[in-house]
Write a protein that binds this ligand. Sequence first.
Ligand code: SF4
Length: 434
Amino acid sequence: MKPPIVDVITMGCSKNLVDSERLMSQLESAGFKVVHNARRLTGQYAVVNTCGFIGDAKEESIQMILELCERKRQGRLLKLFVMGCLSQRYLHELREEIQEVDSFFGKFDWDGIVRQLTSGPASEAHATPRHLTTPPHYAYLKISEGCDRHCAYCAIPIITGRHVSRPMPEILQEVRWLVSQGVKEFQVIAQELTYYGVDLYGRQSIAELVEQMAHIPGVEWIRLHYAYPTHFPLALLRVMRDNPNVCRYLDIALQHISTPVLARMRRHITAEQTYGLLATIRREVPGIHLRTTLMVGFPGETDDDFRQLMQFVADIRFERLGAFAYSEEEGTYSASHYADDVPAQVKQQRLDQLMALQQGISAELSQGKVGTTQRIIIDRREGDYYVGRTEFDSPEVDPEVLVPAARRQLRRGCFYQVRITKADEFDLYATTTT
Ligand code: SF4
């Protein structure tokens, strides 16, 4: 008899994806076939792993739930489960408003889904491997949950609670298991990466963790995401410099540069300290690529604050930059203490100006790569090209490298030396040199 199928749909970020992968592995060991493709739903059962971070993301998650409710009404779905950040945050409201859903779970009790589907116990979450949904050569590695910082605009601590680091031996064991599955590239993720270990070991331990990961045979690339600037662990920079398999890449959300705005955001850092930190990072890790996230339109942001932000972006020339406009989130400090006083039109104008400036900088930096030799990993074949990434490119968010497929057959998950021949607005083009 064919095993029953469960469609697992992940909304939101890579941290959610790791939870979905763990759930999928538990469902498989309980005898279900699992599918992770929101565009092609075929299962008798479905699980939506929701995002509850900001307005748009919440909207998308609710839309997905309602789509599946419709599928259930049409008799094409037996049971529908919802888990993740949106239901962690709005459990009672959702239960009341969307009664077609069989059960709602939060961020940490989703193994209840396995129990309901099997009416039997689920295995211990962390010890169970994952059903990887990424290309087999890379995986996300979640090292902690929650956040102890209380940035004024952020709902994450409301959803995920306090920072909880995973024990280092457990993470290293997972890395070894992932290597045994063929994973070479590790996207290290958390809500707040640099806080790793403070709760468990009484001190920031991210440098030690990354160094131990770098010594595991088979680990080719380690890429770090979601760093926080205040009390940045400088020891990490030595680890990045001295271990060639730690990518010279750092995703560090800075949000703003004006000291009064940073203070109202409760980021506990000043403009001067931020400039100083970035100068130290660039000096200590030559060639590092910095990805950051900036916010415009935070309550009280003046023209001069925004002018400083533009100057900051022009000064630092981030290799990768994302930006978004402030949106008031209920339950956050800023929602209860500040008026959302920057008009939507002004927010949009500032966002457009900032991204236009960054687009010019990105184009110049990409152009500067033409003629250089880079090591890339191949992710896939797409039409006439193989698509790969350098150590400076995180999957899904950063530029890619396109290599003509006509010349030579390349293998997915393998590394190649290439020479960059051209740069367009988004991607680089290259030919292999080996
Ligand atoms: S550090 Fe990040 S996750 Fe934590 S409160 Fe600030 S913005 Fe939110």
